[in-house]
Structures are given as C-alpha cells and as structure tokens.
Design a protein around this ligand. Structure first.
Ligand SMILES: *[C@@H]1O[C@H](CO)[C@@H](O)[C@H](O)[C@H]1NC(C)=O
Ligand SMILES: *[C@@H]1O[C@H](CO)[C@@H](O)[C@H](O)[C@H]1NC(C)=O
Ligand SMILES: [Ca+2]
Ligand SMILES: [Ca+2]
Length: 331
C-alpha cells in the first residue's frame, strides 16, 4: 500500500544515527513541532503584503492564466539519473490555469465540510509522519513502524490532514499552511470538486520555470540570492538537525516566500505536489514535483524545477500536498 520510491532511498541506513542533540524543533518539541523560529515573513516584504489580504489568499479563483507556449523541460545535467530528469527538450503546451498556491488546510477544510469527504489516510487509519514531530522520548516506541530505508518516517496511527503533526495535533494554527497527508486519489477528488484537475507534469514544470531558460530554481540558479531564502527547504544536517534558517522547521504558509515571475508561490519546497502523470508507466505510481521542507542538497536536491519523484497514488505523508490546474475557470 505505502511505497516510498523516492528521495529517501538514496541514503544508506548506516549513515543515519539518532542522537539526542538539537534536531531543530527543540523550542517546542512537545507541542507538535510548531514553527516559531524567525518566520521568513519578517524580512520578505513581498510576502507580508500578500499575507495581509486573506480574502485574496482564499478566494475561489485564485489561479494564474498561462498562455499557450513552448518551454525547455528537463535537463541535460541530471542530478538523479534514475529519476529520468533529462533530456532537455522543447515542450509545447496549450494555455491553462494553475493555482497560485498549494491547497491550504482552510480550503481543504471547507471542501470536507461541504462534502463529508474522508481522505485515504483517515480510512486506512494512518499516514507517514516525520519523526521530528514527536517528542524525542517517544520516538523509540515506534521502531517497528519505521520505513526500512527511510527510518525517519513513522507510519503513525491517527495522523491525517486534520492531525498533521501527530495524532493529538490540530490544524487550528495551520489554516494557511498546505494540506498534507493527502493521497493522489484525495487530490484528484478535491480538484474535481472545484471544477479543476491536477496539473500534468509538463504544465507543472512550465509553471515552475516561469519563463526562465534552463535555470535550476523558479527564481534562477542561486539558492539564496541577496542572502535571502526563497523556498522552505532544510538547512543543517539531514535528518538530525534542522537549523531552519529559512524560518520554518515544518511547513510554511502557502504564501510565504516570494512568488516566481508567473506569480506562483512555493513551487520549489514547502510540500511536494502531486501531478497527473504516471511514474515510469506505472499507473499506480504518480509523479510529484518541487521537493519539500525536508529536502537538503546533500541527499535530496529535488527542489529544482527539473527534479521529479514519485509515490504510490494511495500514499500520504507529512511533506506531500498539491495544487490544482484547469482549462477554464468555473464562473
Ligand atoms: C527549443 O526551441 C528553441 C527555439 O526554436 C531553440 O532555440 C532551442 O535550442 C530548442 N531547445 C532544445 C533543447 O531543443
Ligand atoms: C495523545 O493524547 C493522549 C491523551 O492525552 C495520550 O494518552 C497519548 O499518549 C497522546 N499521543 C501522543 C502520540 O502524544
Ligand atoms: Ca525550512
Ligand atoms: Ca511546493
């Protein structure tokens, strides 16, 4: 049922040790892995301006229209050969709309309220939780539930989009954060209800690149131009310490960090985003794009536009969400 084909398999288990030193969330370890470290909003003026306007953030047609165009997809300098990041090729796409933001908890909450929808994690009764969210003294209890090749994931009962950081956590203070612990099947249902659909991988990557040619990131080639953070990823040593220099140990609000030139937020980092496409022709495994707050250059340099990874379509985790696309906006 759950299969991590991704990212996390590149580290061998021998390099992973659990030490009791600072893992990056010590400030609030016992209260569900809260983000209270210097939010990057403090110094990213642009994101503050948007955040003041919540109507805009949660309005129904919060999408960007992208004209029919040709763009260069992929790369001839793949970082992960086995992910099929290459080759560089021209792809022509018809016009489409795409959500400015990852789907937020508030939006998903409204959807559930209106439809009574239950996610697969709720039906299965568990989801993959990143261990940092648990109090350190509890982590040993869950040895048997760790993913073999990625032991920092714990398949945890009671974790779902409503309880994203542990069975006793809530989304109360995370309404503007991306919904997580949603499967591909859940994402398809949500977009469909909104009269939308998931983006194809090509659409997603075109949107990520925002008109820039052969750049690594949605904003260019430098990770931190002007000494600022442009995405929510991992700083420090994975998986032991997250210094959260970008302001966030865990997810960030969907409108944190500057948008790319198309006005799209968090294409790189924060949470991985499901796309429509099959991974290597397997209809049960879907392509996800963009990397997440858990990505670090040392083991998962996948917050590049060309990077790609996958999960089985019924799987869910702490770092996987989505945004929708559409051919037309419902009026
Ligand atoms: C894509 O098309 C443009 C314009 O025709 C061309 O300059 C470029 O070399 C092409 N890129 C690739 C990878 O074929
Ligand atoms: C959740 O809360 C219950 C009741 O307070 C407690 O018994 C349980 O250990 C908590 N679970 C976790 C994972 O913290
Ligand atoms: Ca971060
Ligand atoms: Ca993202």
């Amino acid at each position: 049922m759950y299969l991590f084909t991704t990212a996390f398999l590149v580290l061998t288990t021998s390099t992973i040790q659990y030490v009791s030193s600072d893992c990056g969330c010590s400030t609030n370890r016992n209260t569900d892995c809260k983000n209270d470290l210097n939010p990057s909003h403090k110094y990213l003026k642009e994101s503050n301006e948007i955040r003041d306007n919540n109507d805009e953030l949660f309005s129904a047609s919060n999408m960007v229209f992208l004209e029919k165009s040709t763009f260069e997809m992929g790369t001839n300098k793949p970082v992960f050969e086995s992910d099929d990041e290459g080759p560089l090729r021209n792809v022509t796409l018809n016009s489409f709309y795409i959500d400015k933001y990852e789907v937020s908890n508030r939006e998903f909450y409204d959807f559930v309220k209106e439809t009574g929808y239950r996610t697969e994690a709720e039906i299965f009764g568990d989801s993959f939780l990143f261990e940092m969210c648990l109090p350190e003294e509890d982590r040993d209890k869950y040895q048997d539930l760790r993913a073999v090749q990625a032991p920092w994931w714990i398949k945890m009962k009671g974790v779902s989009w409503k309880h994203p950081e542990g069975p006793n956590s809530t989304i109360e203070d995370l309404m503007d954060h991306p919904v997580i612990h949603v499967s591909w099947n859940d994402a398809v249902k949500y977009c469909d209800y909104k009269g939308k659909r998931l983006p194809t991988e090509e659409e997603w990557e075109m949107a990520c690149r925002a008109g820039l040619r052969q750049k690594l990131y949605p904003w260019g080639n430098k990770l931190t131009p002007k000494g600022q953070h442009w995405a929510n990823i991992w700083q420090g040593e994975f998986p032991k310490s997250n210094t959260a220099e970008d302001g966030f140990v865990f997810t960030s609000p969907v409108d944190a960090f500057p948008p790319n030139k198309f006005g799209l937020y968090n294409m790189a980092g924060n949470v991985w985003e499901w796309t429509q496409d099959n991974w290597k022709n397997d209809p049960d495994t879907k392509v996800k794009k963009g990397g997440s707050f858990l990505c670090h250059e040392s083991y998962c340099w996948r917050y590049r536009c060309a990077a790609r990874s996958s999960n089985t379509k019924d799987s869910s985790a702490s770092n996987l969400g989505f945004r929708c696309a559409a051919d037309k906006i419902r009026s």
